[in-house]
Design a binder for this molecule. Sequence first.
Ligand SMILES: [Fe+2]
Length: 176
Amino acid sequence: MITRRRLIAAAALWPIAPAAFGQTRRLTCGAVTPRQTEGPFFKPSSPQRNLLVDGRATLLVTGQVLSRECKPMANALLDFWHADEKGEYDNQGFRYRGHQFTDAEGRYHLETIVPAEYPGRARHIHVKLQPPGGRVLTTQLYFPNQERNEADDLFRPELVMQMKTRSVGAFDFVVA
Ligand SMILES: [Fe+2]
């Protein structure tokens, strides 16, 4: 019969067991962030800025751009655009549009508002991401626990932000 003490000892040894067997497990940052359609409202040449709102930001999204080996990617371009408080896009000007570059640790931060829903779609934020010299990744970020998520054919659970509060979200991009 295995004593309680023996079980604890076995559990303590377990985490180092693969190393003891010489297993070389490559550290990965998980699956590459899925691509999504850019939709009909992308506009090139957005202003460079982290803050997309004239007044008070009510949503902060932070995260990193990482390689599959978890290496932070500095100077990656992130171009965000999303709908306004009424679920409409500004196609004349650049409201709720802006691009930025990741810092030395691959970090970005976006200060904006929570976009309103518009017909046929779950609440989302569009983004185009490009590491220096790399391929453009176009995708969309979603909010958790939204009634419309499951009804939206484009919705992907891998693209849901982690919301620490209603106004503070996080998402790490993994690029090939
Ligand atoms: Fe959209």
